[in-house]
Write a protein that binds this ligand. Sequence first.
Ligand code: MTE
Ligand code: MO
Length: 309
Amino acid sequence: MAGRYKSDLNWSDVTPKDVWLNRRKLMAGAGAVALGSIAGPAAASLNARKTAYGEALEPNTWDEITSYNNFYEFGTDKGDPARYAGELTTDPWTIEIGGLVDRPGSYGLEDILKDVTLEERIYRLRCVERWAMVVPWVGFELADLLDRVGVQPSAKYVAFETALRPEEMRGVRFPVIEWPYKEGLRLDEAMHPLTILATGLYDEPMPNQNGAPIRVVVPWKYGYKSIKSIVKITLVEEQPPTAWNEYSAHEYGFYSNVNPERDHPRWSQKYERRVGGGLFARQTPTAKFNGYGEEVAHLYAGMDLIVNH
Ligand SMILES: Nc1nc2c(c(=O)[nH]1)N[C@H]1C(S)=C(S)[C@@H](COP(=O)(O)O)O[C@H]1N2
Ligand SMILES: [Mo]
């Protein structure tokens, strides 16, 4: 076929051109060897706008961020996502946006991305299992997308779902949780400027093991709230069911704000350990709201955060 129709375009075709040119050059040339080396890829390519978010933090290395992961769709070992998430097809990609919105529909990722400015957000990430990292995400505020589709006044929560593809996701052949992976946020949490949809890290397109092509990042909550590879966003009136809460409600609450005062039933949450600090890395105290209390504590004024853990 000679001409290219709009429907032939995938999101990677309409991402700022230099991104993909740089990326292709990098892959084609000697740079391919550099990918995944010490500090990250040799050339920046998403050209994300720099911000003051997290500029004082020291990010973990590319290797650490992309080789130690939780993404149970590809297996429960920390190395499984790096080994197997490459089997996921991430282009084309569409997100079904529905429920209590003015403009529901199936949105191609290319349509979503052409109207946003990607920026860098260097955030702490704290897993409920007690390991922590600092990740230089690239993304945009979830509020930008929600505003575009028009949230109706009756909406109180946002529900998210990950893709479910047994052919490409070997981990979903096992009933670890009830697939697809589901998460949710209260609307004010979803609209908070710290909450982003991330499409990259270290100024590179998102590696599959980190949730390509697009994932949620909510830095003041335990990592499992930051749902990967999302295909569905639904605005709802009632608190939606979430994967880990359904699995074990007393261990994994709907809110899951990082909180050293509320221990996991099977372990203390008072301390955490930074990934990459070496085998004998010192444990450091866990910060309430993962250190983002100044920005988000007001969202929970008057709430009992032990009951609403
Ligand atoms: N779909 C999906 N999203 C997910 C997970 C998962 O297993 N499946 N794991 C969560 C957990 S427990 C954590 S700690 C973070 C890890 O993100 P990272 O691998 O990019 O560091 O992703 C979260 N998002
Ligand atoms: Mo986690």
